[in-house]
Design a protein around this ligand. Sequence first.
Ligand SMILES: C[S@@+](CC[C@H](N)C(=O)[O-])C[C@H]1O[C@@H](n2cnc3c(N)ncnc32)[C@H](O)[C@@H]1O
Length: 341
Amino acid sequence: MLDQISKFPSTRFMGSKEKIVHHIWEALRDYTFHSALDLFSGSGVVSYMLKAAGKQVITNDYMHMCGAIATALVENGEIRLNDASIDALLRPHPTIDGFVQGTFAGLYFSDEDNRCIDTIRANIARLEDRYERAIALSALVRACIKRRPRGIFAYVGDKYDDGRKDLSLCIEEHFRAAVAVINDAVFDNGQSNVAWCGDAMSVRGTPDLVYIDPPYFSPLSDNEYVRRYHFVEGLARDWSGVDIQWHTKTRKFKSYPTPFSSRDGARSALGELFARFRQSIIVVSYSSNALPHRDDIVEMMSRYKQQVRVHSLDYRYSFGNQGHKVGNNNNRAEEYLFIGA
Ligand SMILES: C[S@@+](CC[C@H](N)C(=O)[O-])C[C@H]1O[C@@H](n2cnc3c(N)ncnc32)[C@H](O)[C@@H]1O
């Protein structure tokens, strides 16, 4: 199982539990469960770990880029992209729409990289197999994130170029490398796993275990995923159904609404999810510097669960708005794992 988890394509996705996924498994392994629902799957690493543990996994996230990686690596158990398909994806296409070249010229990537992105987009649209499409899209998203200083699209230009090797490779090189690591991470666990893409608040079902890892709400920092990842999220849904805010420098689109963008919203959404999944083992990740506080969450879970345990996993932020504090010892936030059974 550890070998399999180590194949997960590592990412810098905000809030990813990659660094603590083993601790999460240690905390869960003694509970008896077969099916697990990962309601806010993000990078997909927790679902991948549960799949590696032999569970039947359902993933959900409202970002299409998260849905793509979960489809490629959790739902998919056998399809890989072969060399001929990769070459075909990179071959110039006669009917390229030039959307990225036109819309994002000079913002994130060179003209040549933008042309390559448009070529891959056009060729992905021609793939018929859902899993091949998911692998190719996930690889394109990964290529763009790796080629981008700090891996985000909340600013334009190259101001955070720190000379990393990743920043000297072109999108085509990143894309080929990304397909290779994703191909290598595909495996079958003998279960029928499913990847969904939608609002967590509308998901229904009675899994044996539900894992709830929403954006952490804090009045001191913003937790907006779309603001950071709009470009790659746009790629994943081909900008369909979004309103680009043309007056913004970044050409971002409007964030998706989520209750986790306000204190009261986060509190009532957690309460609603605990009530809805009262039949399941409920597992929640949350941070000590976010609201609601630990005791409040324990109290809310205790309304439905006889036993609520809180594990505290030491965690050092190294991303986003906390980034300036790296190296400062006050920079410790505890990462809690609540388990209600
Ligand atoms: C803390 S991250 C999850 C991280 C994930 N466990 C991992 O290890 O990578 C929170 C996720 O919630 C998603 N999200 C926020 N609001 C949502 C909603 N209302 N419905 C579904 N997904 C939502 C975001 O897109 C983001 O991927």
